[in-house]
Design a protein around this ligand. Sequence first.
Ligand code: FES
Length: 131
Amino acid sequence: MVLAKTFSSRLCFARDVFRGALKFMSYYQQHVFFCTNLRDNARKSCQQCDAQAARDYVKQRCKTLFPDPHAIRINSAGCLNRCKRGPVLVIYPQGVWYRYDNQRDLDDIIDQHLQKGEVVERLLLPASVTS
Ligand code: FES
C-alpha cells in the first residue's frame, strides 16, 4: 500500500514536470486547430458548416491582431472526433474546445480567449466530450 502511494505520487510529480516542460517548449503561445473535415457520406462533418471559411476569417483577423509570428497559429485540421458537436475548434496549450455557429462566435473567441485569455463559457463543448 505504501509502495503504491509512493509510486502514485512520483507519477503525479513526473506528470506535472512534463506538463510544465511542454508549456515552456511551446513554439506558439496559442495554437488553434479548426476541424475542416468534409465527409462524402451522410455523417455530419464540420466543413458542411463552412469551417474552412471560418478558419480563414480567424486567420486573417489574427494576422493583424498578433504581429509576433510566435504569438498565435491558426491551422486547419482533419476530423477532431467531435463531429456531432461541430463545427469545432480547439486551442492549445490550454486544450480548450469550442463550438461556433457564426461570425459573432468567432469574434468572441478572438476577442475574449485569444486576446484576453478569458474562456468563452457559452461556446465551450461539454467536459464530457473533451476530457
Ligand atoms: S468532422 Fe469535425 S470533428 Fe469530426
